[in-house]
Design a protein around this ligand. Sequence first.
Ligand SMILES: *Cc1c(COP(=O)(O)O)cnc(C)c1O
Length: 434
Amino acid sequence: MPASPRLAPHGVSHQEVLDQMRELRADDARWKEGKTWSLVYHAGDDIRRLLADAYTEFMSENGLSPLAFPSLARFESEVMATGAELFHGDTAAGTLTSGGTESILMAVKTARDFAREERGIMAPEMVLPASVHPAFQKAAHYFGVKPVNVPLGPDFRADVAATRAALTANTVLVVGSAPAYPHGLVDPIVELAALAREHGVLFHVDACLGGFLLPFARKLGHDVPEFDFAVPGVTSLSADLHKYGYAAKGASLVLYRTPELRRYQFFTYADWCGGIYASPSMAGTRPGGAIAAAWAVLKYLGEEGYLRLAGTVLDTARALREGVTAIPGLKLVGEPRLSVFAFASDTLDVYAMEARGWKLDRQMGPPALHLMVTPAHEKVVEPFLADLRECSASLERGEPAPEGSAAMYGMLGAIPDRREAADFIRQFMDSIYG
Ligand SMILES: *Cc1c(COP(=O)(O)O)cnc(C)c1O
């Protein structure tokens, strides 16, 4: 029986509920088969089972009250201590959040409030290289911080000179990514942090993507630039546990160089008739399951487990990059060396490359296709490259491309007025959310 969208007068059995849900997921992205190149970080069924057990064990508990649930407080502080150690933050303090976006929102709010209190800045601005995650634009929008957007350098990394030129007396925060999502490139963190420091402003490293990969890549002997609190001038850092930390969704880490800085993140209200209210981040109720699962996977894998998974991911990504660049007409964007990369073409319409059942994200500036590599992709390197070769050969023969979202991307890119493009996307969202 198809599921009805209405609240039914009578409930149905446990089994029937689950049957309906399984039916409804038939068209979902097939990430377990490695067909999806974004959104899901799958590191094996054993880890998935552990996360499910840890999550359900604590799914009723609420991280809003560390006093009621000392277990969750313990998990959170241990996860944070692990992060602080990985990122060389001897004095670092932070909180867990629901994801990279919340971590970034909090870092921006903290910078705004710090600058207001310590420097009297009432019209705050932050300098954003073009490749930073849109969560920074969201934070600007939510918290009334003016985004000063700076184009990338010719190597597709943040441009230090352009960043310097964008600083004003109202700058409260400069941002760099390690790495940025679009091209998988690590920004010149040392130079950017020195610049911020010289101007007396805070500097955030967005290591949402790379936080739980880079330290292990370095241990494995990969050439990983400095990106964390070991760099003078880095004042905060975000790292997602639910990406290469392989935690269940809903877990990220935001860290500050000192507990004094973190204090600007907290929200308190002492005058409520309901009692004293204190919350560390955006969320009120904080799902215990996500906190517990993050702790569980760190324990389960240990350093050895993360090194093994990082090795698999980096080797797989290298094999994919070599395979892609061996296809005539395709080239990488910049010089990616980690787990994420984009490829473009001067001769082919990359938006038209819909290689059989593979889900690749499309990017703009330059038009490119994007791969985020996880352990689930180790087994699909050859089949994927074979399909990609076939697809590009077919385009070269001038055969028509299959219909897909390619047309929409082409059109969106062609709209000269960006406000019109935003309106179009909002209409699209109306239709998706019903
Ligand atoms: C994923 C990502 C984010 C945002 O994280 P969410 O968990 O999706 O909110 C921010 N920055 C980078 C570099 C990312 O890859």
